[in-house]
Design a protein around this ligand. Structure first.
Ligand code: ACO
Length: 372
């Protein structure tokens, strides 16, 4: 990276998940599956799902407002809004443009990034690049998904995995004692595109009676192939991004890995010889795989639960449709104000209001440990 550019850091983070939840018992009620299979093979206990017809921009908006509040940046001060998503409100205009209007931001740049589960890191790197060029100073980056709009709820190999949600961060030029975004690696292997894809809805297979009849508007995945490639690529990226910045993996305090499957996280941490309980944070039990929202939700909760602290060096790692894979290295720069008693009381109240169901035996603050 060019060391002459002004320091860029995350100055605010926010998240949102819808009120409604689907726990594993729900799937047991109509599919040939079990809580035991889903928990053991994926780590997911429950996921949040929107009421049908809720647009992505509503989720993006809720997460963005919280991130802006934390950073102290007003919507009209934003110079750029990027939304990473595979489930936009519509193909066009972009969800970022709709979000700009909902936030009451000025005529700043706004666009979506489609890189599936890697979308949030892709978007961060683009935002940072624009800041480095001096084109923009305050940027909102959102990862938001309504995965429930593209899931076949009769496909047991897919539907148990995914959930809806949104996470957002604000990026600003600040002194280094307020943290730093240090480096990014973004990669893709388009040759493997069809092991994880949605067949119709684009120009290749425009929406028609036939495409709907053939169920071509939902996610298709060769889960096992994705699983193996995910571990291989994310472990390689973690080594590469530390080495090229003169660090070792021992220097890293926190690894946030795309929450696709707890066994993938375990596989990556084991390949890196890093302790899963102390060096990774996982919330897949509560949200499932939220695609582009997964990383900001994971970072948000690691921060909220005081597992990610000011000064910590963190790697984030992603893998998803494309196939895309990506890594980012940063030093976290925000003091944990979410931990004060008012914030905790507010959070508890919010949880009660939202009637978030935490299944027996699941403690959100604990990592799930299981054999892969
Ligand atoms: N309940 C019970 N049995 C199931 C279920 C279920 N929910 N789902 C699949 N099975 C069965 C299969 O039918 C198969 O049965 P069979 O042996 O009789 O044929 C058996 O379980 C084993 O199936 P596998 O697919 O080999 O199971 P695996 O251990 O690989 O787990 C899973 C499947 C969870 C999908 C896993 O492969 C995975 O997590 N893959 C990666 C997902 C991922 O990372 N996605 C990327 C991001 S998504 C994005 O970018 C949009």
């Amino acid at each position: 990276m060019n060391n002459n550019i002004q320091n860029v850091s995350i100055t605010g983070i926010g998240m949102y998940v819808p009120e409604k939840t689907l726990d594993n018992a729900h799937f047991e009620s109509y599919l040939d599956t079990s809580d035991e299979w889903i928990t053991k093979r994926t780590g997911v206990k429950t996921r949040h799902i929107v009421e049908k017809g809720t647009p992505n921009s509503d989720l993006s908006y809720e997460a963005a407002v919280k991130a802006l509040e934390m950073s102290g940046v007003a919507p009209e001060e934003l110079d750029l809004i990027i939304v990473a998503t595979v489930t936009p409100d519509r193909l066009f205009p972009s969800t970022a443009c709709t979000l700009q209007a909902k936030l009451g931001a000025g005529d700043c740049g706004a666009f979506d990034v489609l890189a599936a589960c890697s979308g949030f890191i892709y978007a961060l790197s683009i935002a940072h690049g624009q800041m480095a060029l001096g084109n923009v100073k305050k940027v909102l980056v959102v990862g938001s998904e309504v995965m429930s709009s593209i899931i076949d709820y009769n496909d047991r190999g897919i539907c148990v995995l995914f959930g809806d949600g949104a996470g957002a961060v604000v990026l600003e030029n600040v002194p280094e004692d307020r943290g730093s975004l240090v480096d990014y690696i973004i990669r893709a292997d388009g040759r493997q595109g069809e092991i994880l894809y949605m067949p119709a809805g684009g120009s290749l297979n425009p929406t028609s009676f036939e495409t709907v009849k053939k169920n071509m508007h939902t996610v298709k995945m060769e889960g096992n192939k994705v699983f193996k490639l995910a571990i291989k690529h994310m472990a390689e990226l973690a080594r590469e991004i530390t080495q090229r910045n003169g660090l070792t993996l021992d220097d890293i305090d926190m690894v946030c890995i795309h929450q696709a499957n707890i066994r993938i996280v375990k596989g990556v941490m084991s390949a890196l010889h890093l302790d899963m309980a102390t060096k990774s944070y996982n919330n897949i039990d509560r949200y499932g795989n939220t695609t582009a929202a997964s990383i900001p939700l994971c970072v948000h909760d690691a921060f909220k639960d005081n597992r990610l602290k000011k000064g910590d060096k963190m790697i984030i790692l992603t893998f998803g449709a494309g196939l895309t894979y990506a890594a980012a290295l940063m030093e976290w720069g925000i003091e944990n104000t979410l931990q004060d008693s008012t914030a905790i009381a507010d959070t508890k109240e919010a949880i009660e209001e939202q009637k978030i169901t935490v299944p027996a035996g699941v403690n959100g603050k604990k990592n799930i440990s299981m054999d892969i």
